[in-house]
Design a binder for this molecule. Structure first.
Ligand SMILES: [Cu+2]
Length: 512
């Protein structure tokens, strides 16, 4: 008994320390996390210049934070509803989604204007099955163009949400998804040229969960014990409204978990599956449970790992996903476990504790018949690569900021022509000079595998299929992909959305 009590006290220490009053979320340690760097001095110079400020990062963060104070863990975690098809046939499910302006209570007591799929800050979840086609008719009732990209999906170019293939205000476009890839946590979000960063920031994002019988047969936690969690951040003004400023990494100080500030979630003392998505614009999340409790990672961007990995953190750059299983039967009912983002914007080597979500453990109802098998999904050897390409992600000057191989995005320029069916190795480099800023790289059309990072093979958490890979300053990451089936022009880009939106994006074209 005393052991359990002391454990609860340890895990609840942060809560006790802050329960007496309100705290401003996510400002501990001088701000959130976005373009973390190896050299904090250079990142200060870099981003202070963008924001039009001089001086230290801490000064900038304090100046731009105006969000109303919020008591952590004062609202429950909402789970986005699953969208019902409007009709089904033997092989296809049909859906309809309208993008529109709406009001949502993101901070308690404030009505915030959002731009959302179905009028929600997080769009409805689409549950798709491998082998069954999904057709989504999107209507745009927003005052600017949209384009819907299904992130991580293997789809024809005509349904990939190309930046200039937009849905104008009042118009409708139909997207077809074949779902001919393994089960994975995908997400849909805006990609309209010059609008996508603000569109996503204001709420154009949602989950698309692809399921298959092989995964279902594993008996992982399912149904009400399988929870998608979208992580984002926001610059919220004193009136509770979303403020969008490009490259505003230090101003987006409110962390949102399924669209709420540091919510709580009641869990039974049993296993749960959580599908975490970093849908933020620039922030890196490093999720740590309690005082570095262990849990099990089962999947990355492209679905299940070869085998479960025991981890004590989850690192997600913008656009990445990780699925974990937490077995709460290890904790006595009454235990409160806080999931924190420990990534310090100003210095990743100095962890902070920014609350993301609190789990409140209650007694289990009925049996927990779920399992986490020792093997999850076979990952056959990759075909041999026939081509190696170099992709350099770099910051240049304030006038010419975020480029790939020294070039800004041009929707009419194709940089790589790739023969359909061929396998390539891409060597992605993020040089430290002239300015150290973190980037990542997202490829459309394909899932890839990470070969190595600075020559070192990836750890278990990055050993499965990926569509977005973190590339820290000074790193070179090699990935390998096979470009199958569909022909056309596809994007590859940094998924730090303000980087992509200001030019860090390019095209490859698959040809017969
Ligand atoms: Cu970038």
């Amino acid at each position: 008994m005393s052991r359990l009590l002391s454990r609860r006290n340890v895990l609840g220490a942060w809560v006790a320390a802050t329960a007496a009053g309100t705290v401003r979320l996510a400002t501990a340690g001088g701000g959130g996390d976005g373009g973390a760097s190896l050299a904090s001095a250079s990142v200060s110079t870099d981003h202070a210049a963008h924001l039009g400020h001089s001086g230290t990062v801490e000064t900038v963060a304090n100046e731009v934070t105006a969000a109303p104070p919020v008591t952590p863990f004062s609202v429950p975690l909402p789970v986005p509803p699953t969208l019902a098809p409007t009709s089904t046939t033997a092989d296809t499910d049909f859906y309809e989604i309208t993008s529109r302006t709406a009001a949502e209570e993101i901070l308690p007591g404030f009505s915030t204007e959002i731009h959302g799929y179905g009028g929600s800050y997080i769009g409805p979840t689409i549950k798709a099955k491998v082998g069954r086609r999904v057709v989504v008719r999107h209507t745009n009732q927003l005052p600017h163009p949209t384009a819907v990209h299904l992130h991580g999906a293997h789809v024809p170019a005509s349904s990939d949400g190309f930046p200039t293939d937009v849905i104008d205000t009042g118009a409708t476009k139909t997207y077809e998804y074949p779902n001919n890839q393994p089960a994975a946590t995908l997400w849909y979000h805006d990609h309209a040229h010059h609008h996508e960063t603000e569109n996503i920031y204001r709420g154009l994002h949602g989950f698309y969960l692809l399921e298959d019988p092989a995964e279902a047969a594993l008996n992982l936690p399912s149904g009400e014990f399988d929870i998608p969690v979208l992580l984002s951040d926001a610059n919220i003004d004193a009136d509770g409204q979303l403020v969008f400023i490009s490259l505003d990494e230090y101003g987006r100080t409110t962390l949102l978990t399924n669209g709420r500030p540091a919510p709580y979630f009641q869990v039974q003392a049993r296993r749960y599956r959580f599908r975490f998505l970093n849908a933020s614009n620039m922030r890196v999340f490093n999720l740590v449970l309690g005082r570095q409790e262990r849990f099990t990672q089962i999947a990355g961007d492209g679905g299940l790992l070869p085998a479960p990995a025991t981890v004590d953190k989850v690192l997600l750059s913008a656009g990445e996903r990780a699925e974990i299983v937490i077995d709460f039967s290890r904790y006595a009912p009454g235990t409160q476990l806080v999931l924190n983002n420990t990534r310090n914007l100003n210095d990743p080597s100095r962890p902070v504790a920014l609350p993301v979500l609190r789990f409140d453990v209650v007694a289990r109802v009925g049996q927990d018949t779920s399992a986490v098998p020792a093997t999850l999904r076979a990952h056959p050897p990759l075909p041999a690569a026939t081509r190696v390409r170099d992709v350099v992600l770099s910051y240049h000057t304030a006038a010419f900021p975020f480029a790939i191989n020294g070039m800004l995005f041009d929707p009419n320029r194709v940089d790589y022509t790739i023969r359909r069916g061929s396998t390539e190795i891409w060597r992605i480099t993020n040089p430290v000079t002239p300015v150290a800023v973190y980037h990542n790289l997202h490829l459309h059309l394909v899932q890839f595998r990470i070969l190595d990072r600075n020559g070192v093979p990836p750890g278990p958490a990055e050993s499965g299929w990926k569509d977005t890979v973190f590339v820290a300053p000074g790193e070179t990451v090699r990935i390998q992909a096979t470009f199958t089936e569909y022909l056309g022009k596809y994007l590859y880009h940094c998924h730090v959305q303000d980087h992509a939106g200001t030019g860090m994006m390019a095209l490859f074209e698959t040809v017969a």
